[in-house]
Design a protein around this ligand. Structure first.
Ligand code: NAD
Length: 281
């Protein structure tokens, strides 16, 4: 299959690796050509490591087809599109409008949104039946869970294609309802928000909270995880969920996180977030 990935950032890269590992062809589209170029280099580098580890054959690596650019028309032959651009409804609406004009009638359109309702993204589509949420977790080539979100106008055929596609990638798809935060992010909001409240109250430190949580068996503490996700992306998700729950107090975003985003401390991708990732650290 030909997989179109819109947004060559953190998630787009991981989804590309997962797709290429099972033999799909991948085409990136990003508003920044530079993002596509660096994603192609990164993805190929990761696949080369998979060859070294014996997870991919040298023949399979040699036959990888991965390209892309800043022209949405490059996606015209795709069988399925996964949108992984900024978590902002207006941006997603404009992109899907352009996609509907570019792709075939059979192409399935999906969004990797973490929190925006599938109903609201689909609102401006001419064919909402072929649209669903396809929510991968970070890092997308490693994490097994994928939420397939059925919007009120999503067809059964679209859900079936998404479930089969996820299984084909070796993932575990779970069909979720179109509720704010779906399943996992709704639960996870408390993980991030309460941890930040503890630090803002002075009850503990970032490092101590992470250490304690890992002592309970979690792979990463909440602050390490926010740095991996992107502090900015994580805040957008919190804001979106809070708004969709009519400003429900328990989902209120944190002022500390807003200040970090304002300061450009976006986590690993910017070199610093709750922790410092500069080379000399
Ligand atoms: P990111 O900031 O790492 O990358 C986004 C990319 O989209 C950038 O390369 C940017 O240039 C590009 N972009 C922005 N507007 C665009 C447009 N109009 N058309 C084409 N490209 C555009 O973001 P990310 O962390 O990969 O998140 C992408 C989506 O995935 C968001 O909806 C987010 O909520 C969701 N998501 C993120 C995570 C995570 O852990 N980061 C996990 C699950 C889901």
């Amino acid at each position: 299959m030909i997989i179109g990935i819109c947004g060559a950032g953190t998630m787009g890269r991981g989804i590309a690796i997962a797709s290429l590992l099972v033999g799909h062809r991948v085409v990136f589209f990003d508003i920044h050509q530079g993002a596509v170029d660096s994603a192609v280099t990164y993805v190929k580098g990761q696949l080369a490591k998979s060859v070294e580890k014996g997870k991919m054959s040298a023949e399979a690596f040699a036959s990888v087809v991965l390209d892309g650019g800043d022209d949405v028309g490059l996606l015209k032959d795709c069988d399925i599109i996964i949108e992984a651009v900024a978590e902002v409804l207006d941006i997603k609406h404009s992109l899907f409008q352009a996609l509907e004009a570019a792709v075939s009638e059979e192409c399935i359109l999906t969004s990797n949104t973490s929190s925006i309702s599938i109903a609201s993204i689909a609102r401006t589509l001419q064919r909402p039946d072929r649209f669903a949420g396809l929510h991968f977790f970070n890092p997308a080539h490693i994490m097994k869970l994928v939420e397939v979100i059925r919007g009120p106008r999503t067809s059964q055929h679209t859900v079936d294609v998404c479930v089969e596609f996820a299984k084909d990638l070796g993932k575990t798809p779970v069909v979720a309802k179109d509720a704010p935060g779906f399943i996992v992010n709704r639960i996870a909001r408390n993980y991030y928000n309460e941890s930040q409240r503890i630090v803002m109250e002075g009850a503990s430190t970032v490092e101590t909270v992470d250490t304690l949580i890992k002592g309970l068996g979690f792979k990463m503490g909440p602050f390490e995880l926010m740095d991996l996700i992107g502090v900015d992306v994580n805040l957008d998700v919190t804001k979106s969920q809070w708004q969709q729950f009519f400003l429900e107090p328990r989902f209120t975003p944190s002022l500390m996180q807003q200040q970090m985003v304002d300061a450009g401390l976006h986590g690993r991708k910017s070199g610093r977030g709750f922790y410092d990732y500069s080379p000399n650290e």
